[in-house]
Design a protein around this ligand. Structure first.
Ligand code: FAD
Length: 466
């Protein structure tokens, strides 16, 4: 008979408890992936869908080497999983857990149906460092503040990752997910990324070997390569947080001079867990503000401003650089994500959900927990949000984190010849400077669509009216 490992956000063969359990059964194993069409499961955005296609094909190669079949289906998981289990006379169906309310509802319904039909079902923790219900405050409540969450997490035993499964009899590789038509913009993304489990491991090793030492000082500099770039790999589970945790701790043992930097890196990885903790314990965080009063915010309906923000045409160089980086690569540096989110939700007073949706569609790492949780954090409606009056100023932030304008010049080539002094405020530059740099404000590069000072006041007033 057959055992099915239903893979979702865990497209890897190593440290995959569901796959390992299926293999242990000694039966024929089918790895199943479903493009789910059902309420409650958020379909990936366009950029993430591109990544998913590459990732499924990489997984097919790795599973073929192990002799495991991969089936890719599309439709309602309630129908597909049960039908496949019946058709294959499956004795068991295994999966690794997911945490959004809608996803859990789907999984629970399928579990009940399969069990009623006599099929064994087991689920495993594999996609976060610690299951959201296994960590709580002294009062037994979910955490709403990151620092104590991190302090507690650090002291907890994080399970060791599982080894790579033993190879079976290799089979030949097939094309999977072949219904997917690469969009015309796919070439842009492929120039920036290597997708799949092997690439994820190489990215981690490269980061820990060569870059992690610079992480604490340079992780906020958008033009530096000091961060790991692991987010899309984590998004699709090509690598597990436990594998990262273990590898990072081993790297700290080998190179104690990097221990502080590695601790900082792991604390950022813990933000991902914290996002999942919130996703599990709170409302539907992509739809509802975590602090209810923000539901009454007087958002502006400003389609032109939204479009200018989306297209990187706001006339504010750091913002435009970030939005264009996103459009070109499917990624944006964390510091700049904070700036563009703050500009949209505060200066432009546009509902953060509009921005969250745009990110969701454009990011290769668009994540059900980290994306809405981070948007709420910046917009002020998150539980652990910075106080509302902390509104990022993209000009001063540019001066601090992109002092020489290298990031702006890379993504906003119209400003390539602007001198450092004016690269973050081209609209204030003297006429002769603009002329020498071949910049005409309003023609070659837009004038700012919003006055930063006045719009800051407007945002503060809107918040104080709540
Ligand atoms: P590193 O600094 O190398 O961090 C390592 C890993 O830790 C990351 O890959 C990520 O998994 C996790 N991590 C780091 N910072 C955060 C954070 N603040 N919140 C949650 N996890 C974190 N991250 C996503 O993975 N998906 C998203 O959809 C997403 N949307 C965001 C939206 C906004 C408005 C903001 C401000 C941040 C968002 N982030 C999101 C968090 C963060 O920007 C990215 O995780 C990070 O930029 C990825 O780059 P990296 O892998 O090089 O990060």
């Amino acid at each position: 008979s057959t055992t099915i490992a239903w893979l979702r956000n865990d497209l890897r063969v190593a440290d995959n408890p569901a796959l390992a359990a299926a293999q242990r059964s000694g039966e024929r194993v089918i790895a199943l992936y479903i493009h789910e069409e059902t309420i409650g499961v958020r379909p990936p955005g366009a950029a993430a869908r591109w990544w998913l296609h590459q990732s499924l094909n990489a997984l097919e190669v790795d599973l073929a080497a192990l002799g495991i079949e991969l089936q890719v289906h599309q439709g309602d998981p309630n129908v597909i999983v049960v039908a496949l289990a019946n058709q294959e006379n499956a004795s068991g169906v295994f999966w690794n857990r997911r945490y959004a309310a809608g996803e859990r509802a789907v999984d629970t319904a399928i579990k009940e149906q399969l069990r009623a039909e006599g099929v064994a079902v087991e689920s495993f923790g594999a996609n976060v460092l610690i299951e959201p219900w296994e960590i709580a405050t002294g009062q037994g409540k979910p955490y709403s503040v990151f620092t104590p969450f991190w302090k507690t997490l650090k002291q907890r035993h994080i399970e060791q990752p599982l080894d790579t499964p033993a190879a079976g009899k290799a089979r030949s590789v097939r094309a999977v997910d072949d219904g997917y038509a690469e969009p015309h913009w796919a070439a842009k993304l492929s120039g920036h990324w290597y997708v799949g489990e092997k690439a994820a491991r190489r990215t981690l090793a490269d980061f820990l070997d060569y870059r992690v030492g610079r992480y604490p000082n340079e992780r906020d500099l958008p033009d530096s390569d000091a961060t790991s770039n692991l987010s899309p790999h984590l998004r699709f589970g090509e690598i597990s947080p436990r594998q990262i945790w273990q590898a990072a701790n081993m790297a700290a043992d080998i190179a104690p001079e990097n221990a502080g930097a590695i601790d900082k890196f792991l604390s950022e990885l813990a933000w991902r867990d914290f996002s999942y903790h919130q996703l599990y314990h709170r409302c539907d965080i992509a739809k509802e503000p975590m602090q209810a009063k923000y539901g009454g915010m007087a958002w502006r309906d400003a389609a032109d401003d939204l479009r200018a923000w989306q297209r990187g045409q706001t006339g504010l160089p750091m913002i435009d650089a970030g939005m264009r980086e996103l459009w070109e690569t499917g990624y944006m540096h964390n510091r700049v994500r904070m700036l563009v989110a703050s500009l949209l939700s505060k200066n432009l007073l546009i509902d953060w959900r509009q921005g969250e949706n745009w990110f969701w569609d454009c990011l290769v790492d668009g994540d059900v927990a980290s994306n809405p949780a981070s948007w709420q954090w910046v917009a002020g409606s998150g539980l652990d949000a910075a106080p509302y009056f902390r509104i990022f100023n993209p000009v001063t932030q540019g001066g601090r984190f992109d002092a020489e304008g290298a990031y702006v010049r890379r993504w906003v080539p119209e400003l390539a010849a602007m001198p450092d002094k004016w690269v973050h405020t081209p609209w204030q530059a003297p006429a002769e400077v603009l002329k020498a740099a071949h910049v005409q404000i309003g023609t070659t590069y837009p004038a700012p669509i919003v006055d930063l000072k006045a719009s800051r006041e407007r945002a503060l007033q809107a918040a104080s009216a709540l």
